[in-house]
Design a protein around this ligand. Structure first.
Ligand SMILES: Nc1ncnc2c1ncn2[C@@H]1O[C@H](COP(=O)(O)OP(=O)(O)OP(=O)(O)O)[C@@H](O)[C@H]1O
Length: 651
């Protein structure tokens, strides 16, 4: 036995060649379940073939223009012929396009995956290209019949009859027909709902109403005397081509009627790349950033999708577009745009088109930009980060959350003399907010996406400086105590130091605003990081704990957290007085109570600053609270500066 694998090129005598066989029913199931969104697409595929046939005719027949084209959909009701045969309802789609010769019928209608729309032809000439669209007809029909007559001179009409079991017949007809094709779908018994007049009409109008030639619908009752009902509409970008107030109003009314929604604003957009023309509608509500678009896209004026994605740059998530693209490509399902180089180029250009409009508003139509910013400031901020010119023009109107409430940048600059202070995390912002606002200092909350990046790029376009601040930075500016106050506070500081050293925290006594805040836990960014790590270690297993230890050691020495006691607060002064109780008047007990009070202040300021508490801190909280309650019940209480505390000591 050979120990080498058989070489397919040399193995055995040559076998005879066979052709792959296609199980049509299997292919149809594949299409219906995995490619198409449902039988709705049948009308679209037939219409599309009509559009392509008309385009092909314009290339072959120089006297024929696309606007000479015509597609008619007709619904023939079920009927019984004289010989007693029942005919199911039938949908016919007729065009006066290029038609097919008999050899072409064999080549293109009967070969799955064969399309006349490939080869040397420029890719965006036709909508179809895969050679499977017609098969969609079998999603609703048992039999598809095409009667076609080519524009080729002397071509004879041909009838093709294809069945879902994979068989077909072809015959030439003697009739004298004009060039074009009429396709008939004979309803499948279990798909009759797709042959209801209103259903067909709605689908035909939805896919084909913007086509640049007459598209009509006909059925027993349509039109005044059974005539054809036109389905065409003028596209909104042709009805309202400019950004004038009148066109804007018209466009907003059109959008409300067509999309069932009141939009905030509307304006035209264009891109040479992808040959795009359309309108942008500004959403009435603020939206979160997401890639999922809901753009209504037409390709060669046929509806492709109402939920197309990837058409606009990320920052433009505040608009919905309705547009037509003659130079973009569909995916095989024909329900999305292919993510290719043309789409990328068109996306950039549409972004530029939007940006130009916003720049124009910034220069000449400020009310419009204001209205847009009020709702969509997040999106506009993203654009401001990316685009220096826009940033320069619009930055002053952008709102920010600050310690003084929501303010426009213009106001923040005025209140802070162009010195823009910001906190970079929500926790930092919360911690410093009471102190900053009590001191009349405006600090911006830059914890949201884009905010910090935007602030840091403002000095490029405006005469401002930016500075990241933390509660620890603010506490540096707290007022130092005068000598006599310092003396009065010294025992309190010693007691506080004893209480806080085991917690890696240093006490300090200063005067600061707000007077109502007895203590502030102040921690810089680095120390805050280490504190978080400490908390994580408590929850981590041994392996992670060890790793975190190493990381902690690797960080440079940083200044630790401080508990700033506020000398302006009466409680702190009372605690200082109590701590200073002479030993012969119960000083030791008093200092024990003060220590408990400091521990409680420590935990309270942690909680006020939204710092998560560690195990030791929780324990401390429980113990000191109980200690204080016990002291109160004993009648000792925490001393008061006026001596009441001392009296209770005696008592
Ligand atoms: N109305 C029509 N007029 C003329 N030719 C037609 C018509 N409908 C179909 N054909 C011919 O049949 C071929 C196959 O059509 P089909 O719809 O299956 O695929 P396609 O349009 O080429 O590509 P896709 O699968 O992307 O739609 C077409 O390429 C075209 O040559």
């Amino acid at each position: 036995m050979s120990d080498t694998a058989a070489d397919p090129a040399t193995a055995g005598p040559a076998s005879s060649d066979h052709r792959f066989q296609v199980d049509l029913r299997g292919v149809i199931e594949l299409l219906s379940e995995h490619l198409y969104s449902g039988p709705r697409v049948v009308v679209r595929e037939l219409l599309q073939n009509g559009v392509d046939a008309l385009t092909a005719r314009t290339a072959k027949d120089e006297d024929f223009k696309l606007s000479d084209g015509r597609v008619t959909l007709e619904l023939l009701p079920a009927r019984t012929t004289e010989d007693g045969t029942n005919h199911p309802p039938t949908l016919s789609v007729r065009d006066n396009g290029v038609g097919l010769t008999e050899p072409e019928v064999h080549e293109f209608l009967a070969k799955i995956g064969r399309s006349a729309k490939r080869g040397d032809i420029q890719e965006d000439t036709f909508i179809g290209r895969f050679g499977i669209g017609l098969l969609a007809g079998f999603l609703v029909a048992e039999e598809i019949v095409a009667i076609t007559r080519s524009v080729e001179p002397d071509a004879r009409p041909v009838e093709w009859r294809g069945r879902a079991d994979g068989t077909y017949t072809v015959r030439t007809l003697n009739a004298d027909l004009a060039p074009g094709t009429q396709v008939f779908l004979r309803a499948r018994e279990d798909r009759l709902e797709h042959f209801e007049p209103e259903t067909v009409r709605e689908r035909a109008a939805s896919y084909g109403s913007l086509l640049p030639f007459p598209v009509t619908f006909k059925h027993g009752r349509s039109g005044p005397d059974g005539g054809e009902e036109p389905l065409n509409e003028v596209p909104p970008w042709e009805q309202f081509p400019t950004d004038s107030p009148a066109d804007r109003e018209g466009l907003l009314e059109w959008a409300e009627a067509a999309l069932g929604k009141k939009f905030l604003d509307a304006f035209p957009v264009t891109s040479d790349a992808g040959k795009v023309r359309g309108v942008a509608l500004v959403r009435p509500e603020s939206t979160v950033r997401s890639r999922t678009g809901d753009h209504r896209v037409y390709l060669k004026r046929m509806l492709l999708s109402e939920k197309a994605d990837g058409l606009l740059p990320d920052w433009a998530f505040f608009v919905t577009c309705v547009l037509n693209a003659d130079g973009l490509h569909p995916t095989a399902s024909r329900e999305e745009l292919r993510d290719d180089a043309e789409l990328a180029e068109a996306r950039d250009e549409l972004g530029m088109s939007l940006r130009r409009t916003l720049l124009r508003w910034a220069a000449k139509d400020r009310d419009r930009l204001h209205r847009l910013i009020d709702v969509h400031y997040r999106a506009v901020k993203r654009l401001a980060v990316e685009d220096e010119e826009f940033r320069k023009l619009a930055a002053d109107w952008l709102p920010f959350e600050t310690t003084a409430g929501r303010l426009r940048l213009e106001e923040i600059r005025k209140r802070s003399d162009d010195r823009l202070r910001f906190a970079s995390t929500m926790d930092q912002f919360r911690q410093l907010a009471p102190v900053a606002s009590a001191q009349g200092m405006v600090v911006v909350n830059a914890c949201y996406t884009d905010e910090q990046e935007l602030l840091e790029t403002l000095p490029d376009v405006l005469p401002v400086t930016t500075e990241k601040v933390t509660a620890a930075d603010l506490s540096e500016d707290f007022t130092e105590l005068e000598d006599d106050a310092w003396d009065a506070a010294s025992t309190l500081l010693n007691v506080a130091s004893d209480a806080l050293t085991p917690l890696d925290c240093t006490p300090d006594v200063r005067r600061f605003e707000p007077k109502t805040l007895p203590a502030l836990y102040a921690i810089g960014e680095e120390a805050s990081f280490l504190r978080d790590m400490e908390r994580s270690k408590e929850q981590a297993n041994e392996l992670w704990g060890g790793l975190l230890n190493e990381m902690q050691k690797a960080r440079p020495q940083v200044e630790g957290p401080r508990l700033c006691l506020n000398w302006s607060h009466p409680l702190i002064r009372n605690l200082a007085a109590t701590a200073a109780t002479p030993d012969d008047r119960g000083g030791a007990v008093a200092r024990g109570t003060v220590r408990t009070a400091v521990e409680l202040l420590y935990v309270q300021s942690l909680m006020l600053g939204h710092y998560p508490l560690g195990e030791a801190e929780f324990e401390l909280f429980g113990d000191s609270l109980l200690g204080l309650i016990a002291a109160a019940v004993d009648g000792r209480g925490v001393g008061r500066a006026d001596g009441a505390g001392k009296e209770s000591d005696d008592g």
